[in-house]
Write a protein that binds this ligand. Structure first.
Ligand code: PBG
Length: 327
């Protein structure tokens, strides 16, 4: 055969394959989501997420240390309060569970970058992401509480806040309140392109945050839509979002690629609980090779254009990077 162009030429040997690799990954892009619960001496495994745990403030340190040792320098805190009420007051209580965890983590691990999920669903008795008016979530009334939540996180030590509620105008409300209080340099990472997804199922078990009635479709996005995601992303950038997130990751990498073209801020994506649970379950059944699937999945997220990757596998991925299994 007289073939001048042979794509296989660049695939002979690991050295050459690495030289021409288009996607390079680094542990500084990884964020580990962690669940903190009221109480003491708690390290309880989440049944629908084997290998993931709920920690109390006094036990989380061990995990945070392991993450840092592995090379993961950022965590995202989720809180599981003892009590919930209609107004989700635990979310913005200065002695709320996330606020306590932040103060402790800041003191014990000054090198760790602390991010918080800003939402009401873990704190409301009805499990919705905002204040209710009848059976509807009241957008504008919720904004004040979200901003208050973000401010209380930052006052407790958060380095970055990440609103995940999908209310209209929440980035602007949070930015304004942080600025008024002098936190002009605290970035907002917006879950801007967040779909109403069944992939959040295991998380809702973990946090006890499933809505008591109805669903989240009046605020999270319809997964048939793509242009709407660009609209959400552009709007949040205008409101002052510093980073735009697409969530979930795996079934939404088309959106990562589009958002990367549409905005000039860094793009993040979150491999959510259901993605973790699927890989874990298939691996435990012996149907797939967990390590290889985790590397391939992570690389695909970066290849699609992500700068930042939130994943329950962060610690393992950091190790695989060191071992040269992904990179
Ligand atoms: C809070 C929030 C959720 C997740 C992140 N922030 C749950 C939801 O929207 O129902 C999901 C994370 C995961 O599934 O791992 N609103």
């Amino acid at each position: 055969m007289n073939l001048t162009i042979r794509p296989r030429r660049l695939r002979y040997g690991e050295n050459l394959r690495k030289m021409v690799r288009e996607t390079r990954v680094d542990a500084s892009s990884l964020i580990y989501p962690i669940f903190i619960k009221e109480g003491t001496a708690i390290t309880e495994e989440i049944p629908t997420m084997p290998g993931q745990y709920r920690y109390s403030v006094d036990t989380m340190g061990k995990k945070l240390e392991q993450l840092l040792d592995a090379g993961v320098q950022s965590v995202m805190f989720f809180g599981i309060p003892d009590q919930k009420d209609e107004a989700g007051s635990g979310a913005y209580d200065e002695n709320g569970i996330v606020q306590k965890a932040l103060r402790q983590a800041k003191k014990d691990f000054p090198d760790l970058y602390l991010i918080t999920d800003v939402c009401m669903c873990e704190y409301t008795s009805h499990g919705h992401c905002g204040l209710l008016c009848g059976h509807e979530v009241d957008n504008d009334a919720t904004l004040k509480l979200l901003a208050q939540t973000a401010l209380s996180h930052v006052q407790a030590g958060a380095d970055m806040v990440a609103p995940s509620d999908m209310m209209d105008g929440r980035v602007a409300a949070i930015r304004a309140l942080l600025d008024q209080n002098g936190y002009i340099n605290t970035p907002v990472m917006s879950y801007a392109v967040k779909y109403a997804s069944a992939f959040y199922g295991p998380f809702r078990d973990a946090a006890g945050s499933a809505p008591a009635f109805g669903d989240r479709k009046s605020y999270q996005m319809d997964y048939h839509n793509s242009r709407e995601g660009i609209k959400e992303a552009l709007l949040d950038v205008q409101e002052g979002a510093d980073i735009i997130m697409v969530k979930p990751a795996m079934s939404y990498l088309d959106m990562v690629a589009k958002i990367k073209d549409a905005v000039s801020v860094p793009v993040a994506s979150y491999s959510v609980s259901g993605e973790y649970a699927m890989i874990k379950a298939a691996a435990q059944a012996g149907y797939i090779d967990e390590e290889k699937i985790v590397c391939e999945t992570a690389a695909s997220v970066f290849r699609a254009g992500c700068d930042i990757y939130l994943t329950y596998y962060a610690q393992e991925i950091a190790r695989y990077m060191k071992e040269g299994k992904i990179g």
